[in-house]
Design a protein around this ligand. Sequence first.
Ligand code: NAP
Length: 276
Amino acid sequence: MAIRLDGKVASLNIKEQLKKEFLSLDRKACLAIIHFNDLASASYLKGRIKLAEELNVEIKEIAIKEDSRQEEIISLIKSLNDDKSVDGIMIDRPLPKKYDENYVLSFINEKKDVDGYTYNNLGRLLTNSACYPSATPKAAIRLLEYYNIDVSSKDVLVIGRSVNVGKPLALMLLNKNATVTIAHSKTKNIKEKCQKADIIFLAVGKANFLKSEDVNENSIIIDIGINYDENNKLVGDASKLCYEIVKMYSPVPGGVGVMTNIVLMENLLMAYKNNE
Ligand code: NAP
């Protein structure tokens, strides 16, 4: 029977420790979240606000109006950079297409960059130096760590190469001595690569992308995908039939997604301390 890598169980442990640390601070740590009022943002926001309440963290939620100009978002970021009561800043990605995402994100003060977007934080990841790790890829790693799964010397396959998830995840795994293959939409023979990999990380964004015939009894699946099926039910990138075959899997929901918000709060704590 496959082992379920449960994000809720893993996050409980970290949450208790974090709560103690946030409660011991001189003032409440504050995370500013800029979002664009869409459905996905609303569901992420709900989870973050709930967690923030549990951890004694303040959330400053800022919804951007549909007709806002890029310069307005940049000046908002600058004012949050200067605001001493704000410790961390995050913007829900992807930004609407009319904005130049990389340009806008580059205005975040790197010391408040709790989701590791800025060029400096990405560069530090590249050089394996201390940085704010991007929350989603770090969450996948934290889940493995909780279950004592060592990636060193393992053949890992990361499917997806976005700056948001796939690329930083591949770098984090490389920094932990995994042998990393990155696959994307132009990659040949992905099914064979899945069969050969010790651990498959899915960051594609397509329900049922990974099928039962792509895995075997030694496979470990870490599913980062967030999709909605025809019944509007949240599902990952792996077909649930894979769960009956593999050695271990992280479910969706209840896997990496739960850990992502926890990592964000870990980064916020780090930012609070760095900004003191
Ligand atoms: P993205 O920017 O759309 O990237 C998707 C990646 O998948 C791209 O690199 C793309 O390749 C690759 N891909 C698409 N079709 C493929 C195919 N047929 N074969 C192989 N590769 C293929 O998405 P993202 O922002 O990285 O997010 C990935 C998934 O993670 C989404 O479902 C997203 O909702 C989810 N996510 C989850 C969390 C969380 O907290 N759990 C957080 C963020 C994102 P190309 O580069 O060649 O186009």
